[in-house]
Write a protein that binds this ligand. Structure first.
Ligand code: BG6
Length: 489
């Protein structure tokens, strides 16, 4: 049989994402021997660079994170020798033909497979897909395209993008990334749930009072205001990262671990959800703040943000799944920039124990006595379960303490970056962690009416100081459903 080879072309090679995430992830895969024996990496962008200049540029962001030994330096050199550059316009079939010619040179005699990673702004997705698929598709092997959000701004623009992509590609050639699906603890969600008898039977409205999906960053949109202002936090984080976690969390048991079986269940649960109403959402925007002699800018101070912008940098929302398993259970989401801490977590608050023998010990605040399962997606990856326990001693005092699985202790080896997992899956043709077009449609259907209403009514975001815990409105929203945010209590 003929040897095969994989060429990975990073389109938009000089951009931030490519330099910070894609090339380092490819190197990490190479370092750990996960890349096929025959592979080449091409950078493609408008700038004129030589192969050497590309190598120079990406070598700055490659790290020997696993070991600092000389061996790593050698490996880096070997990797860089397999990296090449082609400059060209994004909409030029001639320029992609030139790439095709160079790819053929490297592929010499082997079965050529080609992966394109589009690390470019959304307004040129279709141009690149058109020219690259026409001029640089593999003649005999597979050709795949990885695309990353934003996939439109609403149902209509997303459907239009899908329609255009499908003129040139079939669904199985398209890998829509949501990098949260590549995070270790998100991938682990299904393992936790479906392989543990102590969790699976409890996973429903019968035992779960509410679920909280929390994303916060302790920095603002510095430098990305131009992109961000056109999207806002709901499109940037909720409609994709948090909703994907929700779908994995709440879906029914898939028939198997095959990509289509899993994605069928995700679509089903997304389609069982109620579209968001204005009443179920609180939006915020950070304002300038001085702390410890240091001053932090307001969102609107960013020169790339239009004056008077109402774009939310924070949002909290209550979502509901109208099916037998989850009827009435609030799924609360909260996402914000420029908050007091950086974290992403899932909190599952269980119901109160009926007829709790010890309830007097807890006074009237039974919330303090309920079990809570917390999944720390990042940083400090961990899973812990809050349980009630007797404080040792002669008096009967109860204490809620944690059964704690701390990854840094249990699994000291560094956790791979999400992009490593996802790139490897795309090379192997595994779609499990990528978004299918009907999932995307269902996700937009939930958020589009709300986004339009926010914009049409020009809803003013509640201002919160940079570095704070966000707008108080988020507490009122939770209280409306009898919930307290677990991260703040
Ligand atoms: C991106 C968003 O999708 O995710 C950014 O566009 C955000 O605004 C980023 O900062 C967060 O990713 P991570 O992996 O750093 O949590």
């Amino acid at each position: 049989s003929v040897d095969s080879t994989v060429s990975i072309t990073v389109v938009g090679a000089s951009g931030d994402l490519a330099r910070k995430k894609i090339f380092p992830a490819l190197f990490a895969l190479f370092y750990d021997n996960f890349l096929p024996e025959h592979f080449t990496v091409f950078g493609y962008a408008r700038r004129k660079l030589t192969d050497e200049e590309l190598r120079e540029m990406i070598s700055k962001t490659l790290t020997c994170r696993i070991d600092e030994s000389e061996n790593c330096g050698d490996k880096m050199e070997q990797f860089l020798q397999r990296c090449f550059y082609q400059s060209g316009q994004y909409n030029s079939e001639e320029d992609f033909s030139e790439l095709d010619r160079k790819l053929k040179e490297k592929e010499a005699g082997k079965l050529p497979n080609r992966l394109f990673y589009l690390s470019i702004p959304p307004n040129i997705f279709v141009d690149v897909v058109r020219s690259a698929s026409r001029s640089a598709s593999s003649p005999t092997g597979w050709t795949r395209f990885i695309v990353e959000k934003p996939f439109g701004r609403d149902s209509e623009s997303s459907a239009e993008l899908t329609r255009c992509l499908k003129k040139y590609l079939s669904e199985d050639q398209i890998f829509r990334i949501d990098h949260y699906l590549g995070k270790e603890l998100v991938e682990n969600l299904s393992v936790l749930r479906f392989s543990n008898l102590v969790f699976e039977p409890l996973w429903s409205r019968n035992y779960i009072r509410n679920v909280q999906l929390i994303f916060s960053e302790d920095f603002g949109t510095e430098g990305r205001g131009g992109y961000f202002d056109n999207y806002g936090i709901i499109r940037d984080i909720m409609q994709n990262h948090l909703l994907q976690i929700l779908a994995l969390f709440a879906m029914e048991t898939p028939v198997s671990l095959d990509a289509e079986d899993i994605r069928n269940e995700k679509v089903k649960v997304l389609r069982s959800m109620r579209a968001l109403q204005l009443d179920d959402v609180v939006v915020g925007q950070y304002k300038g703040h001085t702390k410890g002699g240091k001053s932090y800018p307001a969102y609107i101070d960013d020169p790339t943000v239009p004056k008077g912008s109402l774009t939310p940098t924070f949002a909290a929302a209550a979502l509901f799944i109208d099916n037998a398993r989850w009827d009435g259970v609030p799924f609360l989401m909260k996402a914000g920039k420029a908050l007091h801490t950086r974290r992403a977590e899932i909190r599952v608050q269980f119901r109160h124990v009926p007829g709790n023998l010890y309830k007097r010990t807890f006074g009237t605040d039974l919330d303090k006595a309920t079990n809570e399962l917390v999944i720390h997606v990042q940083p400090n990856e961990a899973i812990y379960l809050k349980i009630n326990n007797k404080v040792p001693g002669l008096s009967m005092r109860l204490d809620r303490s944690n059964l704690n699985l701390l990854y840094s202790e249990r699994y000291p080896r560094e956790i791979p970056d999400a992009y490593e997992r996802l790139l490897l899956d795309a090379i192997e043709g595994e779609h499990r962690l990528f978004i299918r077009s009907d999932e995307l449609d269902a996700a937009w259907a939930l958020f589009t009416p709300l986004l339009k209403e926010l914009e049409n009514r020009k809803v003013a975001p509640e201002l919160y100081p940079y570095g704070s815990r966000g707008p108080v409105g988020a507490h009122y929203l939770a209280a409306k459903y009898n919930v307290r945010w677990g991260d703040l209590s």
